[in-house]
Design a protein around this ligand. Sequence first.
Ligand SMILES: Nc1ncnc2c1ncn2[C@@H]1O[C@H](COP(=O)(O)OP(=O)(O)O)[C@@H](O)[C@H]1O
Ligand SMILES: [Mg+2]
Length: 313
Amino acid sequence: MQKYNIPCARSTSFSEYTKAKEYIQQQTPPIVVKADGLAAGKGVTVADSIPQALDALANIMEAKAFGAAGDKVLIEERLSGKEMSCFAFTDGKTVIPMVSACDYKPVYDGDRGPNTGGMGSYSPPHFLNPVLSQTIMETILEPAVKAMAQERRPYQGVLYGGLMISQDGPKVLEFNVRFGDPEAQVTLPLLKTDLVDIMLAVINGNLDQMNIEWNQDACVGVVMASAGYPGSYKTGFPITGLNNLDKDIVVFHAGTRVGSEPGQVLTNGGRVLTVVATGNTIAQAREKVYDNIPRIHFNGCHYRKDIAEMRRS
Ligand SMILES: Nc1ncnc2c1ncn2[C@@H]1O[C@H](COP(=O)(O)OP(=O)(O)O)[C@@H](O)[C@H]1O
Ligand SMILES: [Mg+2]
Protein backbone atom coordinates (compact mmCIF):
# COMPACT_ATOMS: atom_id res chain seq x y z
CA MET A 1 0.00 0.00 0.00
CA GLN A 2 2.89 2.36 0.76
CA LYS A 3 4.45 1.64 -2.63
CA TYR A 4 1.22 2.45 -4.47
CA ASN A 5 0.10 5.34 -2.26
CA ILE A 6 -3.01 3.59 -1.06
CA PRO A 7 -4.06 5.39 2.13
CA CYS A 8 -3.39 3.29 5.23
CA ALA A 9 -1.94 3.60 8.72
CA ARG A 10 1.77 4.50 8.97
CA SER A 11 3.45 1.27 9.90
CA THR A 12 6.82 -0.42 10.23
CA SER A 13 7.50 -4.14 10.17
CA PHE A 14 10.01 -6.04 12.28
CA SER A 15 11.31 -9.57 12.29
CA GLU A 16 13.58 -9.08 15.32
CA TYR A 17 12.04 -8.97 18.76
CA THR A 18 14.60 -6.60 20.31
CA LYS A 19 14.34 -4.08 17.46
CA ALA A 20 10.55 -4.09 17.67
CA LYS A 21 10.74 -3.62 21.43
CA GLU A 22 13.12 -0.65 21.12
CA TYR A 23 10.89 0.93 18.51
CA ILE A 24 7.76 0.59 20.64
CA GLN A 25 9.55 2.16 23.61
CA GLN A 26 10.19 5.26 21.49
CA GLN A 27 6.54 5.68 20.45
CA THR A 28 3.75 7.71 21.99
CA PRO A 29 0.65 5.61 22.69
CA PRO A 30 -1.90 4.63 21.48
CA ILE A 31 -0.22 2.19 19.15
CA VAL A 32 -1.28 -0.92 17.24
CA VAL A 33 0.63 -4.22 17.27
CA LYS A 34 -0.18 -6.81 14.60
CA ALA A 35 1.08 -10.33 14.04
CA ASP A 36 1.93 -10.50 10.32
CA GLY A 37 0.07 -13.70 9.53
CA LEU A 38 -3.08 -15.64 10.30
CA ALA A 39 -4.00 -15.49 13.96
CA ALA A 40 -7.65 -16.56 14.06
CA GLY A 41 -8.76 -12.94 14.36
CA LYS A 42 -6.75 -12.42 17.56
CA GLY A 43 -3.50 -11.05 16.13
CA VAL A 44 -4.26 -7.33 16.51
CA THR A 45 -3.87 -5.33 19.73
CA VAL A 46 -4.87 -1.68 19.84
CA ALA A 47 -2.75 -0.67 22.86
CA ASP A 48 -3.50 2.38 24.98
CA SER A 49 -0.13 2.22 26.74
CA ILE A 50 3.46 1.21 26.00
CA PRO A 51 3.44 -1.68 28.54
CA GLN A 52 0.29 -3.07 26.89
CA ALA A 53 1.96 -2.83 23.46
CA LEU A 54 5.09 -4.55 24.81
CA ASP A 55 2.95 -7.34 26.31
CA ALA A 56 1.26 -7.88 22.97
CA LEU A 57 4.63 -7.92 21.22
CA ALA A 58 6.10 -10.48 23.67
CA ASN A 59 3.01 -12.63 23.27
CA ILE A 60 3.40 -12.63 19.49
CA MET A 61 7.20 -12.82 19.06
CA GLU A 62 8.46 -14.47 22.26
CA ALA A 63 5.64 -16.71 23.45
CA LYS A 64 4.74 -17.38 19.78
CA ALA A 65 1.05 -17.39 20.67
CA PHE A 66 0.20 -17.52 16.96
CA GLY A 67 3.07 -19.75 15.84
CA ALA A 68 4.89 -18.72 12.67
CA ALA A 69 2.45 -15.79 12.21
CA GLY A 70 4.57 -14.17 14.94
CA ASP A 71 7.84 -14.26 12.99
CA LYS A 72 7.05 -10.77 11.81
CA VAL A 73 5.06 -7.93 13.36
CA LEU A 74 3.67 -4.64 12.17
CA ILE A 75 3.69 -1.69 14.52
CA GLU A 76 1.13 0.83 13.37
CA GLU A 77 -0.23 4.24 14.06
CA ARG A 78 -3.72 3.99 15.56
CA LEU A 79 -6.38 5.41 13.28
CA SER A 80 -9.66 6.68 14.60
CA GLY A 81 -13.01 7.19 12.97
CA LYS A 82 -15.88 5.01 11.81
CA GLU A 83 -15.20 1.50 10.56
CA MET A 84 -16.80 -0.07 7.51
CA SER A 85 -16.23 -2.86 5.03
CA CYS A 86 -16.22 -2.15 1.30
CA PHE A 87 -16.37 -4.79 -1.41
CA ALA A 88 -15.76 -5.02 -5.13
CA PHE A 89 -15.91 -7.65 -7.84
CA THR A 90 -12.87 -7.66 -10.08
CA ASP A 91 -11.63 -9.72 -13.00
CA GLY A 92 -8.15 -8.23 -12.52
CA LYS A 93 -8.85 -5.22 -14.76
CA THR A 94 -12.39 -3.95 -14.26
CA VAL A 95 -13.48 -3.12 -10.72
CA ILE A 96 -17.19 -2.96 -9.89
CA PRO A 97 -18.14 -1.91 -6.37
CA MET A 98 -20.65 -3.83 -4.31
CA VAL A 99 -22.75 -2.24 -1.59
CA SER A 100 -20.81 -1.66 1.64
CA ALA A 101 -21.58 -2.79 5.16
CA CYS A 102 -20.74 -2.38 8.84
CA ASP A 103 -20.20 -5.41 11.04
CA TYR A 104 -20.21 -5.96 14.79
CA LYS A 105 -17.46 -8.18 16.18
CA PRO A 106 -17.74 -7.94 19.99
CA VAL A 107 -20.23 -10.30 21.58
CA TYR A 108 -22.20 -7.81 23.73
CA ASP A 109 -24.17 -4.61 23.13
CA GLY A 110 -22.12 -1.42 23.03
CA ASP A 111 -19.17 -3.34 21.55
CA ARG A 112 -18.30 -4.88 24.90
CA GLY A 113 -16.89 -8.35 25.57
CA PRO A 114 -14.62 -10.58 23.53
CA ASN A 115 -14.55 -10.57 19.75
CA THR A 116 -16.51 -13.13 17.76
CA GLY A 117 -16.77 -14.14 14.12
CA GLY A 118 -19.42 -11.40 13.86
CA MET A 119 -22.70 -10.84 15.72
CA GLY A 120 -24.51 -8.94 12.98
CA SER A 121 -24.21 -6.33 10.29
CA TYR A 122 -26.13 -3.88 8.17
CA SER A 123 -25.93 -2.30 4.74
CA PRO A 124 -25.36 0.40 3.62
CA PRO A 125 -23.36 2.20 6.36
CA HIS A 126 -25.50 5.14 7.56
CA PHE A 127 -22.59 7.60 7.16
CA LEU A 128 -21.79 6.58 3.58
CA ASN A 129 -22.49 9.13 0.85
CA PRO A 130 -21.77 9.23 -2.90
CA VAL A 131 -18.60 11.33 -2.45
CA LEU A 132 -17.15 8.90 0.10
CA SER A 133 -18.07 5.92 -2.12
CA GLN A 134 -16.29 7.51 -5.02
CA THR A 135 -13.20 8.30 -2.92
CA ILE A 136 -13.07 4.67 -1.78
CA MET A 137 -13.23 3.48 -5.39
CA GLU A 138 -10.65 5.94 -6.70
CA THR A 139 -8.13 5.89 -3.89
CA ILE A 140 -8.43 2.31 -2.60
CA LEU A 141 -10.23 -0.36 -4.63
CA GLU A 142 -9.12 0.61 -8.14
CA PRO A 143 -5.48 1.35 -7.19
CA ALA A 144 -5.24 -1.94 -5.24
CA VAL A 145 -6.43 -4.01 -8.21
CA LYS A 146 -4.11 -2.09 -10.54
CA ALA A 147 -1.17 -2.53 -8.15
CA MET A 148 -1.65 -6.30 -7.96
CA ALA A 149 -1.73 -6.48 -11.78
CA GLN A 150 1.44 -4.38 -11.97
CA GLU A 151 3.12 -6.70 -9.46
CA ARG A 152 2.24 -9.54 -11.85
CA ARG A 153 -0.15 -11.01 -9.32
CA PRO A 154 -3.47 -10.05 -10.88
CA TYR A 155 -6.41 -10.72 -8.60
CA GLN A 156 -9.77 -12.04 -9.70
CA GLY A 157 -12.59 -12.36 -7.21
CA VAL A 158 -14.14 -10.39 -4.40
CA LEU A 159 -11.86 -7.78 -2.85
CA TYR A 160 -12.79 -6.74 0.67
CA GLY A 161 -11.36 -3.58 2.22
CA GLY A 162 -11.61 -3.12 5.97
CA LEU A 163 -11.62 0.67 6.27
CA MET A 164 -11.36 3.36 8.89
CA ILE A 165 -13.07 6.57 7.78
CA SER A 166 -10.66 8.99 9.42
CA GLN A 167 -10.72 12.76 9.37
CA ASP A 168 -8.28 12.62 6.45
CA GLY A 169 -10.57 10.30 4.53
CA PRO A 170 -10.86 6.52 4.17
CA LYS A 171 -7.81 4.44 5.10
CA VAL A 172 -7.24 0.70 4.77
CA LEU A 173 -6.92 -1.40 7.94
CA GLU A 174 -6.75 -4.68 6.06
CA PHE A 175 -7.69 -6.41 2.83
CA ASN A 176 -9.42 -9.76 2.69
CA VAL A 177 -9.89 -11.74 -0.50
CA ARG A 178 -13.42 -13.03 0.04
CA PHE A 179 -16.86 -11.88 1.07
CA GLY A 180 -17.09 -10.92 4.72
CA ASP A 181 -19.14 -12.94 7.15
CA PRO A 182 -21.66 -11.72 8.27
CA GLU A 183 -21.50 -8.85 5.76
CA ALA A 184 -22.32 -11.14 2.81
CA GLN A 185 -25.65 -11.87 4.46
CA VAL A 186 -26.72 -8.21 4.26
CA THR A 187 -25.16 -7.35 0.90
CA LEU A 188 -26.07 -10.28 -1.34
CA PRO A 189 -29.83 -9.97 -0.61
CA LEU A 190 -29.58 -6.50 -2.22
CA LEU A 191 -28.01 -7.87 -5.41
CA LYS A 192 -30.48 -7.92 -8.30
CA THR A 193 -28.12 -9.37 -10.93
CA ASP A 194 -27.51 -13.13 -10.93
CA LEU A 195 -24.39 -13.81 -8.83
CA VAL A 196 -23.41 -16.74 -11.07
CA ASP A 197 -23.29 -14.47 -14.12
CA ILE A 198 -21.02 -12.08 -12.21
CA MET A 199 -18.74 -14.91 -11.08
CA LEU A 200 -18.45 -16.21 -14.64
CA ALA A 201 -17.51 -12.72 -15.86
CA VAL A 202 -14.91 -12.49 -13.06
CA ILE A 203 -13.40 -15.81 -14.17
CA ASN A 204 -13.62 -15.11 -17.90
CA GLY A 205 -12.23 -11.58 -17.63
CA ASN A 206 -15.21 -9.81 -19.18
CA LEU A 207 -16.57 -7.98 -16.17
CA ASP A 208 -16.51 -4.78 -18.26
CA GLN A 209 -19.50 -6.16 -20.14
CA MET A 210 -21.57 -6.73 -17.00
CA ASN A 211 -24.17 -4.33 -15.73
CA ILE A 212 -24.53 -5.11 -12.04
CA GLU A 213 -27.68 -3.86 -10.39
CA TRP A 214 -28.38 -3.35 -6.71
CA ASN A 215 -31.55 -2.82 -4.85
CA GLN A 216 -31.54 0.59 -3.11
CA ASP A 217 -33.00 -0.84 0.09
CA ALA A 218 -31.29 -1.31 3.44
CA CYS A 219 -30.60 -4.68 5.00
CA VAL A 220 -30.01 -5.69 8.62
CA GLY A 221 -28.80 -9.07 9.91
CA VAL A 222 -28.63 -10.23 13.52
CA VAL A 223 -26.80 -13.39 14.62
CA MET A 224 -28.38 -15.70 17.20
CA ALA A 225 -25.66 -17.52 19.15
CA SER A 226 -25.38 -20.38 21.64
CA ALA A 227 -24.96 -19.71 25.37
CA GLY A 228 -21.25 -19.41 26.13
CA TYR A 229 -20.17 -18.38 22.62
CA PRO A 230 -17.46 -17.19 21.76
CA GLY A 231 -16.21 -19.41 24.59
CA SER A 232 -17.29 -23.03 24.96
CA TYR A 233 -20.93 -23.93 24.35
CA LYS A 234 -23.26 -26.94 24.11
CA THR A 235 -25.14 -27.97 20.98
CA GLY A 236 -28.09 -30.18 20.07
CA PHE A 237 -30.91 -27.96 21.35
CA PRO A 238 -34.13 -27.84 19.28
CA ILE A 239 -34.79 -24.54 17.49
CA THR A 240 -38.45 -23.49 17.44
CA GLY A 241 -40.33 -20.73 15.64
CA LEU A 242 -38.59 -20.89 12.27
CA ASN A 243 -41.97 -21.40 10.56
CA ASN A 244 -43.55 -18.49 12.37
CA LEU A 245 -41.64 -15.65 10.65
CA ASP A 246 -42.85 -12.94 8.29
CA LYS A 247 -42.59 -14.02 4.66
CA ASP A 248 -39.81 -11.62 3.64
CA ILE A 249 -37.46 -12.61 6.49
CA VAL A 250 -34.43 -14.65 5.46
CA VAL A 251 -32.75 -16.97 7.95
CA PHE A 252 -29.20 -18.08 7.15
CA HIS A 253 -28.33 -21.32 8.90
CA ALA A 254 -24.73 -21.59 10.11
CA GLY A 255 -24.49 -23.85 13.16
CA THR A 256 -27.61 -25.97 12.69
CA ARG A 257 -28.41 -29.57 11.76
CA VAL A 258 -31.47 -31.66 11.06
CA GLY A 259 -32.88 -33.50 14.10
CA SER A 260 -34.38 -37.00 14.27
CA GLU A 261 -38.02 -35.86 14.42
CA PRO A 262 -39.73 -34.68 11.20
CA GLY A 263 -38.96 -31.03 10.52
CA GLN A 264 -36.80 -30.69 13.60
CA VAL A 265 -33.79 -28.36 13.49
CA LEU A 266 -31.09 -28.49 16.20
CA THR A 267 -28.30 -26.12 17.18
CA ASN A 268 -24.89 -27.29 16.02
CA GLY A 269 -22.42 -24.43 16.52
CA GLY A 270 -21.57 -21.18 18.28
CA ARG A 271 -23.13 -18.84 15.79
CA VAL A 272 -26.34 -20.70 15.06
CA LEU A 273 -28.17 -18.54 12.53
CA THR A 274 -28.56 -15.02 11.16
CA VAL A 275 -31.96 -13.39 10.81
CA VAL A 276 -32.02 -10.89 7.92
CA ALA A 277 -34.62 -8.31 6.90
CA THR A 278 -34.71 -5.81 4.06
CA GLY A 279 -36.54 -2.47 4.23
CA ASN A 280 -36.76 0.95 2.62
CA THR A 281 -34.60 2.36 5.41
CA ILE A 282 -32.15 0.93 7.94
CA ALA A 283 -34.65 1.74 10.71
CA GLN A 284 -37.40 -0.19 8.95
CA ALA A 285 -35.20 -3.24 8.29
CA ARG A 286 -34.01 -3.13 11.87
CA GLU A 287 -37.54 -3.04 13.23
CA LYS A 288 -38.52 -6.07 11.13
CA VAL A 289 -35.52 -8.10 12.33
CA TYR A 290 -36.12 -7.38 15.98
CA ASP A 291 -39.83 -8.03 15.58
CA ASN A 292 -39.14 -11.52 14.20
CA ILE A 293 -36.20 -12.65 16.33
CA PRO A 294 -38.18 -13.25 19.57
CA ARG A 295 -40.30 -15.80 17.66
CA ILE A 296 -37.23 -18.01 17.27
CA HIS A 297 -36.05 -19.84 20.34
CA PHE A 298 -33.45 -22.34 21.48
CA ASN A 299 -31.99 -23.09 24.88
CA GLY A 300 -29.58 -20.32 25.96
CA CYS A 301 -29.79 -18.29 22.75
CA HIS A 302 -28.38 -14.77 22.84
CA TYR A 303 -28.04 -11.95 20.33
CA ARG A 304 -27.10 -8.28 20.24
CA LYS A 305 -29.94 -5.79 20.61
CA ASP A 306 -28.05 -2.84 19.10
CA ILE A 307 -27.25 -3.95 15.56
CA ALA A 308 -27.76 -1.02 13.14
CA GLU A 309 -28.76 1.26 15.98
CA MET A 310 -27.98 4.76 14.72
CA ARG A 311 -26.69 6.11 18.02
CA ARG A 312 -23.62 3.93 17.46
CA SER A 313 -20.60 6.17 16.86
N1 LIG B 1 -4.17 0.96 12.62
C1 LIG B 1 -5.29 0.75 13.31
N2 LIG B 1 -5.86 1.76 14.00
C2 LIG B 1 -6.99 1.57 14.74
N3 LIG B 1 -7.62 0.38 14.84
C3 LIG B 1 -7.10 -0.67 14.18
C4 LIG B 1 -5.91 -0.54 13.39
N4 LIG B 1 -5.65 -1.76 12.84
C5 LIG B 1 -6.61 -2.57 13.29
N5 LIG B 1 -7.49 -1.95 14.09
C6 LIG B 1 -8.69 -2.51 14.78
O1 LIG B 1 -8.48 -3.89 15.00
C7 LIG B 1 -9.48 -4.67 14.31
C8 LIG B 1 -8.84 -5.93 13.74
O2 LIG B 1 -7.83 -5.59 12.82
P1 LIG B 1 -7.79 -6.23 11.36
O3 LIG B 1 -6.62 -5.63 10.67
O4 LIG B 1 -9.13 -6.08 10.75
O5 LIG B 1 -7.44 -7.74 11.67
P2 LIG B 1 -8.25 -9.12 11.54
O6 LIG B 1 -7.49 -9.87 10.51
O7 LIG B 1 -8.13 -9.71 12.90
O8 LIG B 1 -9.65 -8.81 11.11
C9 LIG B 1 -10.04 -3.73 13.25
O9 LIG B 1 -11.36 -4.07 12.91
C10 LIG B 1 -9.92 -2.37 13.94
O10 LIG B 1 -11.03 -2.15 14.81
MG1 LIG C 1 -10.79 -7.40 10.32
